[in-house]
Design a binder for this molecule. Sequence first.
Ligand code: BEZ
Ligand code: FE
Length: 282
Amino acid sequence: MADRHVTYTSDNLTQAVIDRIRPDAAPRVKQVMEALIRHVHAFVREVELTPEEWEQGVAFVTELGKWCDDKRQEVILLSDILGVSMLVDAIAHRSHASVSETTVLGPFHRENPPRMTNGENLSRDVPGEPLEVEVKVCDEQGRPLEGAQVDAWHTSPEGFYDSQLGDAHSMRGRFVTGPDGVVAFHTVMPSSYPVPHDGPVGRVLSAMGRGPMRPTHVHFWIKMPGYRDLITHIFRDGDPYLHDDAVFGVKASLVTDWDLPKKEGKPAKLAYEFRIPKLDAD
Ligand code: BEZ
Ligand code: FE
């Protein structure tokens, strides 16, 4: 009688769950779900997850969802601090000497930033140490690209994005390159800042004994028809958090010295040449 029914045990359950995937499921669904089931089961086995810990995990994921709205994305933040966002990025954009490197988008990009032209003040009325920014958008061969859309955004000198201070736009703008591929603006020096850490992800960071800080940077999102989007930041050399970025977003090629001109009494300057590949290039 008893042997008419299968008993699922810790030895046969993983394969039983995998076997339930219908043979006619889409191949990528099969591949992803099979690997997900195998790895989640292996994790539970490896740490011998207790029922109490499982309940805590369920409560944690539920809480992650409750923290999310149009200004806060706690699920992406978890992916960021676990290095998953940068791993996905690294696999999608394998390093290539002739093109600029990518990094995380982060939650502070806004859909319709103020349209600006070269020479404008990105920071609007935010006070701070002056910073000049001059970037050039080029193809893989170093030829300037005209008509590229460049969104730039950064924090205040106190480490807050405009959306954390209110609804008004500041320290962000959208430019379009001219024939020389150049975008140039004045702004104020941003600062290192903590990722949002007053929610469940903050608790995970402190439970692991990790800090929430990101090193000083300016974000760029470059779009050019026929070319691959470039989402990246440029980091300020010398920042104490370059080696302890909470989201693992730093890449050596994206760190530059902004402070050299200060030796000659000039304002700090971020200068960078971006190289973006054509869409059909690998
Ligand atoms: C940012 O650089 O804006 C950022 C990236 C990941 C998480 C939080 C903030
Ligand atoms: Fe940022």
